[in-house]
Design a protein around this ligand. Sequence first.
Ligand SMILES: O=C(O)c1ccccc1NCC(=O)[C@H](O)[C@H](O)COP(=O)(O)O
Length: 200
Amino acid sequence: MSDLFVKICGLRTERAVDAAVEAGADAVGFVFAASPRTVDAETARRLALRVPEHVLTVGVFRGQPVDEVRRLTEESGIRAVQLHGDEGPEYYTALRAPGRTLIRATAATEVPVRCGELDEDMLLLDAPDPGSGKPWNWASPGFTAPDGRWLLAGGLHPDNVRRAVEATGAWGVDVSSGVESERGVKSEQLIRAFVAAARK
Ligand SMILES: O=C(O)c1ccccc1NCC(=O)[C@H](O)[C@H](O)COP(=O)(O)O
C-alpha cells in the first residue's frame, strides 16, 4: 500500500462516513457551500462525531463570509477548512487557529501554483467547476505539478485514479462525484473501490 492521502468529499450520511473510514480514507469532507451535497452544522457535527481522531474532518466552502466559515467550523467541530473561493491571504490569516488545517482549492491552470502561497497547509488542484465530476487535463505536458502536500481532484473515479496519481505524482487525491451512484448519493461500494484503487 502507498501512503497516498485520500479524501472522500460530500458525505451526508452515517453509512457513507463509516464506509469511508473503514475503507481507510485519511479525510472526509462535508460541503457547506451551495450544492446538492450541502449539510448544515448540526448534521456535520453528528457525522464528524463518528470519525476517529486519525481521520481529518474537512468543511468545504466557496465564497462565504469569513464569519460564516468560522461559525460553521466551530459549530460542527470539524478540523479543516477547504476554501474554493478567490479569497486573499488576509482571509486565511483570519481563519488560522490552533489545530485547524487550511486547504486552498483552486482550478488547475498551466500557470504553476505553489503550496503555501496563501499560508495554506494543503493545496487542492481541481476542475474549474468543483464537485461536478468533470476532469481537467492533468496529463497535459503544460501542467507542472507543485511540490509538497497537494491533492489532485476533479473527475476522479475508481478506474482512473491510479493512472492520475502515477501521471502527476500527486501527494493525495480527493473525490466526490466518482463515488456516487447518482448526484449527491454516495455509494459505499464505490468508496471502497476508490480507496483501494488509489493505493494499489
Ligand atoms: O461538491 C460540491 O458540490 C461543491 C460545491 C462547491 C464547492 C466545492 C464542492 N465540492 C468540492 C469537492 O467535492 C472536491 O473537492 C472536488 O471538487 C472533487 O469533485 P468531483 O469532481 O466531483 O470528484
